[in-house]
Design a protein around this ligand. Structure first.
Ligand SMILES: C[S@@+](CC[C@H](N)C(=O)[O-])C[C@H]1O[C@@H](n2cnc3c(N)ncnc32)[C@H](O)[C@@H]1O
Length: 209
């Protein structure tokens, strides 16, 4: 079992600045998706290689995983994928990241670390202040996707996002995945594990209104 990284550690106070979109992508005008807590980025590699009409950014707090993923992007000359190392909260809270948030069509939080103990809830990546930052800078119509196998975490994330009046839930039944960042419903590594082990998945989509 891996040791969870404490995102509140001061090691993450200094952040990696994300360069401008035309410095990191072959075509900066494509639709842009951000995956938060992307681990080694396998999900994003699958997406970027199969949907070349989207750009993808992944943020991950484990530095070694990001270094390896960045190297793989360079070696394979993938022009629609970029990885950033650090605590997503600190990175997106930085004024310099506003331009990224403004350009996002969607954000995914796939199976975030649950931090089960109440005194550790503040380490969870979704926080009211963080959702406020997103709601202040995301364009109308942008989407947030959350997915987890931990019911308590799901309720917490759902409450936190729903308490912000700028986000409305979308009924999954009416959602057209073919136009989304994940038209083929590619699965993350954790999702595959959860499916094999027949655990329940709780998910929701929100739209900025
Ligand atoms: C349980 S894993 C899920 C990985 C992947 N999304 C999946 O579904 O397979 C959660 C990931 O989020 C990362 N993480 C946790 N807190 C984070 C934060 N504040 N900022 C960026 N990444 C974070 C962890 O290091 C870990 O790789």
């Amino acid at each position: 079992m891996r040791q969870h990284v404490n995102p509140l550690s001061k090691n993450f106070n200094e952040i990696e600045i994300i360069p401008s979109l035309n410095q990191i992508f072959g075509d900066s005008k494509l639709n842009l998706h951000l995956d938060i807590g992307c681990a080694a980025g396998d999900f994003l590699f699958d997406l970027a290689l199969s949907n070349t009409s989207w750009n993808y950014i992944g943020i991950e707090i484990r530095e070694k995983l990001v270094k390896t993923a960045k190297l793989k992007v360079r070696e394979r000359e993938i022009k629609n994928l970029y990885f950033v190392f650090g605590n997503a909260n600190n990175i997106l809270n930085d004024v310099q990241s506003k331009f990224i948030i403004k350009n996002l069509k969607s954000i995914s939080f796939n199976f975030p670390d649950p931090w089960f103990k109440k005194r550790h809830y503040k380490r969870r990546v979704i926080q009211p202040e963080f959702i406020n930052i997103l709601s202040n800078s995301l364009q109308k119509g942008s989407l947030i996707f959350i997915k987890t196998d931990v019911k308590d975490l799901f309720d917490y994330m759902d409450d936190t996002i729903s308490n912000n009046f700028n986000f409305k839930k979308i009924d999954k039944k009416n959602f057209n995945y073919s136009k989304s960042f994940n038209p083929n419903k590619v699965k993350t590594n954790r999702e595959r594990y959860v499916i094999v082990n027949k655990l329940e998945i709780f998910e929701k989509i929100y739209i900025k209104i």
